[in-house]
Write a protein that binds this ligand. Structure first.
Ligand code: TXA
Ligand code: MG
Length: 347
């Protein structure tokens, strides 16, 4: 049976941290909040415990785990080459939503890195995550705490729904602030390259590193982050992403709502605050306001909740309004594009 402990996200109760840390040391799994999404953690030095993560999630074996650290001594046990760029990134963005891909040490089992010679490392800023790692005294390998193929969990309820009965403990610290996963930055090549856009924007990275490239996988080139090739974040309903001028999006959505209703299908709308009133008057079955287009942090923080809600309410057709790709919008649109399975309408 899974135990769920409500923990203080700002000042975690030491006895709860201790209980969780002991499980990690014994080779068991614990779900815990980070500032991005919840993680499903195990001792990163314990191959058997890490193999269990793959089983519990139903995760493909070729998809490496991110290793979470709480101090720089731990970094040394994980990364073989802590280079100049890594130092600058850590100085600027750690603890925080940035994962650095570097050559790995021999301490890290192949299970964790999925056989790659590199490892993704991150120092999270969430007080519960940091104190859990510190108390356990070992780096913690943790993917997002969802079942594979579901949207990442951004609150304890999401984790509970996905993993109840499969793991011994969920530390429930409420909602995650950032709401999209960390930026995965590859520092093993000549130029730094974003493999997955996330909580730290390209613009901010470039302030520290100069030019940063972005991995653009194509038909004949697999993404460099193995996880990016899967159809992640996919709701059961068919999701269409609408991009363009507001007037055009609104009229297209209005038509689509009517058409779907004439076929007795349930329609869900994911839209910005600026579009909400007008779409509400079209009577969709679900209207989920992601946040103001002026505040992408708000949109990022609510995105996965919106996707999960569509499934819970049995929505057949989901119409999502695109946002600007600047800043955090780049990560938001990356997730929406994936959720749509590339069903994107440019208006
Ligand atoms: O915000 C986050 O990063 C959350 C929290 C829990 O820290 N974790 C997370 O983990 O999103 P996961 O496993 O859901 O996604 C990790 C991504 C995958 O796309 C994986 O392929 C990629 O990072 N990745 C991990 N190690 C890598 C490596 N050595 N080389 C390339 N990509 C790597
Ligand atoms: Mg994930």
């Amino acid at each position: 049976e899974t135990k769920r402990i409500y923990i203080d996200s700002q000042t975690p109760e030491p006895e709860y941290i201790e209980e969780a840390a002991k499980l990690i040391q014994k080779g068991q799994l614990v779900a815990f909040p980070t500032e991005t999404v919840y993680g499903l953690g195990a001792n990163a030095l314990d191959a058997h415990a890490c193999a269990e993560i793959f089983k519990v999630k139903g995760r493909p074996q070729d998809n490496p785990l991110i290793v979470h650290v709480s101090n720089f001594d731990m970094v040394k046990s994980v990364a073989e080459d802590w280079n100049e760029q890594a130092k600058r990134c850590a100085e600027a963005f750690w603890p925080g939503p940035l994962t650095l891909v570097l050559p790995k040490t021999a301490f890290i089992p192949d299970t964790v890195s999925a056989g790659l010679g590199s490892i993704g490392i991150r120092m999270p800023s969430h007080p519960v995550a940091l104190s859990l790692i510190e108390k356990a005294g070992v780096p913690i390998a943790a993917p997002s705490a969802n079942l594979s193929g579901k949207p990442s969990p951004t609150n304890g309820i999401h984790v509970w729904k996905d993993l109840q009965g499969r793991i011994p403990l969920v530390l429930d610290g409420g909602a995650c602030n950032v709401g999209v996963e960390s930026t995965v930055l590859d520092l093993t090549g000549k130029a730094p390259m974003i493999l997955r856009p996330g909580g730290i924007t390209k613009e901010r990275l470039e302030e520290v590193l100069g030019e940063v490239k972005v991995d653009h996988p194509s038909e004949n080139q697999a993404p460099k982050a193995p996880g990016m090739k899967y159809r992640h974040y996919a709701p059961t309903g068919e999701l269409y992403l609408l991009i363009g001028e507001r007037e055009k999006i609104l009229s297209r959505m209005t038509e689509a709502i009517q058409k779907a209703h004439s076929r007795l299908r349930k329609v869900g709308i994911l839209c910005t605050l600026e579009s909400a009133s007008e779409l509400h008057s079209q009577l969709p079955d679900l209207l989920f306001v992601l946040g103001s287009e002026k505040r992408p942090e708000e949109v990022a923080a609510s995105l996965y909740e919106g996707l999960r809600l569509c499934d819970e309410q049995g929505i057949d057709v989901i119409l999502a309004e695109g946002v600007s790709k600047n800043g955090l919008g780049f990560a938001i649109m990356n997730r929406l594009e994936k959720a749509s399975g590339q069903k994107i309408l440019y208006l």
